[in-house]
Design a protein around this ligand. Structure first.
Ligand SMILES: Cc1cc2nc3c(=O)[nH]c(=O)nc-3n(C[C@H](O)[C@H](O)[C@H](O)COP(=O)(O)O)c2cc1C
Length: 167
């Protein structure tokens, strides 16, 4: 898929087919996430892949978006490794960039995904459940799989988001 086409056609997907996702596709998407830019190239992102149904059920109980986590065959939890952090704000920006790469790489491979943030209210419970090192801080959960239904979204007109333009 062409680069801009991928960006403009990606949508959050919240309904999934009961169809397994190939390990290679998941790995490729994480590799794309890992190629995001980061301040000082510190690569602060960390990932945990959850296919296990019992574990997904436990994650599902921690958010109002639980139905999505149950339906999607794969969840990827994204963390910030505080051991390599050098500037919290910039590290979180880098994590955001890596998540967008992840979403686009999934989309380019025919998969659908949604970034789940509401579950962050249970950050510590997720960290415990997924048995991550103490230095890993939970940032987001991405649910993914083959789409069962297209996503729909819109954007404000471009002129509302561009401020001054100094030619
Ligand atoms: C930081 C962040 C948190 C989000 N949290 C949730 C969430 O908890 N549940 C959900 O269904 N979608 C969540 N989303 C997805 C947004 O709702 C979605 O990206 C937005 O409505 C635009 O739709 P689009 O991704 O299809 O363009 C989140 C997105 C971001 C970037």
């Amino acid at each position: 898929m062409e680069c801009l086409e991928a960006i403009f056609t990606r949508r959050s997907i919240r309904h999934f087919l009961d169809k397994p996702v190939e390990k290679e596709k998941i790995k490729k998407a994480i590799e794309a996430a890992h190629w995001a830019p980061s301040g000082k190239n510190n690569q602060p992102w960390r990932f945990v892949v959850v296919k296990n149904k019992d574990l997904r059920e436990k994650l599902a109980e921690l958010t109002i978006s639980g139905r999505i986590i149950r339906e999607a065959p794969v969840a990827i939890a994204v963390f910030l490794d505080k051991n390599v952090s050098y500037h919290r704000e910039k590290d979180i920006q880098a994590i955001g960039a890596s998540i967008e790469n992840l979403l686009l790489a999934l989309h380019c491979q025919g998969l659908g995904a949604v970034w789940l943030g509401e579950i962050l209210k249970n950050r510590e419970k997720v960290e415990k459940l997924l048995k991550v090192p103490d230095s890993w801080e939970f940032m987001a959960l991405i649910s993914l799989g083959y789409p069962a239904k297209e996503g729909r979204s819109s954007r404000r007109p471009l002129n509302e988001v561009i401020g001054n333009w100094f030619d």
